[in-house]
Structure formats: structure tokens, C-alpha cells
Design a binder for this molecule. Structure first.
Ligand SMILES: Nc1ncnc2c1ncn2[C@@H]1O[C@H](COP(=O)(O)OP(=O)(O)OP(=O)(O)O)[C@@H](O)[C@H]1O
Length: 235
């Protein structure tokens, strides 16, 4: 139920008529066909939908990884509409954590360096110690000196999760965060995500096919063909 009182905290996400089309003039493929969405700060949201419905594309635009082609977007009170790629990168730093399906770990860096480097770039103190603690929290305390090629897919996924969580971002996006994990490890990661969220009050926006994960979220959105077609907030 929306509050009748104006909130001091701006919504974590406020999108209006958001569109994304890819391809050149005359050969444009509409990917997002007008998304209206307001996510209050601190809400946990699961995004469901068939393969190809536009979930990853929506997450890319909402998280500032990709620029939408129409509509407006405010993230944590900042207008993302029309920002350059550089300005979006600055806006994301330290404030938006993102875990993608392809983990984008830097191959020349160890697990520890992969997690610590973004915090160093954001000018945070104690980056190495924080990175080490976060890798331990995802069960990789014994793998911190390993390079991505020396890690399994599930281990790489956990490094990516540690990298996203370590700066304690107020907004965390994750695309299938348990997708490569066995059920026991997946459950441990879900517990960690929600424990961090309880600590920090962060907004969680998760793409998932995992019913256990979706059930833990306060709100469930479903996409079809580039639009949100269902939006359920649990009582
Ligand atoms: N770079 C691109 N160029 C053209 N079409 C693209 C591009 N990226 C995505 N698409 C298309 O956009 C649509 C939405 O893709 P998206 O990856 O957002 O779907 P999804 O719901 O996340 O799917 P999945 O569950 O399989 O990851 C798909 O039809 C896809 O083929």
C-alpha cells in the first residue's frame, strides 16, 4: 500500500515510458516498449518472465549500464535520462551494485583484486580488507589469490556477487544470482543477499527463475514482450 504521506526518501527507481530500441535507423528492434515502474527505496523485487521478454535489457537500463532510447528514468533521486556513458559510470560507482549473467571478471586480476579494485576506484578505505571479508562471506576465503580461469563458473559467480556487495551499495541489481550454483550454495547466497539487505536497507532488484528466491521478495514483476504485464506486492 503506498503511503499517503510524502516520503523524504526518493524512490530507488522511477521509470516512465522507458523504451529501448536496438539496431540502426530503419532496422530498429524494439526491446523495451514503455516501462512504467516505481520502486520505493529498500524494496526487494523479483523480475520474472520468459526468455527474451526483456528482463536483462530492463536491468541494464535501470542500473545505468545501458542508455534507454526514450522515456525518463530517475535512480535514487538522480535523473539518469540523457546522461552520457561516462556520467552514468560515475553515478553507478559505489552506489549501484550489479551482478550480470556473464560475470565480467577481469582475467588478469585475482579474485581479491577483482573485488577490491572497484572500491579503490571509488576511493573507499580498506578496500583489500573489505574484499577479503566479502570473499570469505561468499565461501571463497580459500580462493582469494586465484584468477578467474582457475575458478569454476559457480565460484566466478560468487566473486561477482562479492564484488557487487562489498561496497554496501544502496541499490543492488542481480541477473540470476543463483543460476550457476547448486541448491545448497544458492541458498547460502540468497541468505547472504537478504542478510546484507537487512543490514543496509538496500533495494534489491533480482532477475530470477528460482522460486525460492522470488518468494523471498516483497514484490514480483513479470515481463512479456518488453513490457511489465504483472506487478504483485505481497501483503
Ligand atoms: N544487442 C542486441 N541486439 C539485438 N537484439 C537484442 C540485443 N540484446 C538483446 N536483444 C533482444 O532483446 C530481447 C530481450 O532480451 P533480454 O536479454 O533482455 O531478455 P531476457 O528476458 O533477459 O532473456 P533471458 O531470460 O533469456 O536472459 C530478445 O529478443 C533479444 O534477442
Amino acid at each position: 500500500m503506498p503511503s499517503t504521506f510524502p516520503s523524504e526518501t526518493p524512490p530507488a527507481i522511477a521509470a516512465n515510458g522507458l523504451t529501448l530500441s536496438l539496431g540502426g535507423p530503419g532496422a530498429e528492434v524494439p526491446i523495451l516498449r514503455g516501462v512504467d515502474l516505481s520502486v520505493p527505496a529498500g524494496q526487494t523485487v523479483a523480475l520474472l518472465g520468459a526468455s527474451g521478454s526483456g528482463k536483462s535489457s530492463l536491468m541494464a537500463v535501470l542500473s545505468g549500464l545501458e542508455r534507454g532510447t526514450g522515456g525518463s528514468l530517475d535512480v535514487a533521486g538522480q535523473d539518469f535520462t540523457g546522461l552520457s556513458e561516462d556520467a552514468l559510470a560515475r553515478a553507478r560507482r559505489g552506489r549501484i551494485g550489479i551482478v550480470l549473467q556473464a560475470f565480467h571478471l577481469l582475467p588478469t586480476m585475482t579474485a581479491l583484486e577483482n573485488v577490491a579494485t572497484p572500491m579503490e576506484l571509488a576511493g573507499m578505505d580498506g578496500a583489500m580488507e573489505r574484499a577479503e571479508a566479502e570473499l570469505a562471506a561468499v565461501g571463497l576465503g580459500h580462493r582469494i589469490g586465484h584468477y578467474p580461469t582457475q575458478l569454476s563458473g559457480g565460484e566466478q559467480q560468487r566473486v561477482a556477487i562479492a564484488r557487487a556487495l562489498a561496497p554496501r551499495p544502496p541499490l543492488l541489481f542481480a541477473d540470476e544470482p543463483t543460476g550457476n550454483l547448486d541448491s545448497e550454495t544458492g541458498d547460502a547466497i540468497i541468505d547472504l543477499l537478504f542478510a546484507r539487505r537487512a543490514e543496509t536497507g538496500a533495494t534489491l532488484f533480482l532477475i530470477t527463475h528460482d522460486p525460492t528466491l522470488a518468494e523471498k521478495c516483497e514484490r514480483v514483476l513479470e515481463m512479456h514482450d518488453g513490457r511489465i504485464v504483472s506487478d504483485t506486492v505481497r501483503a
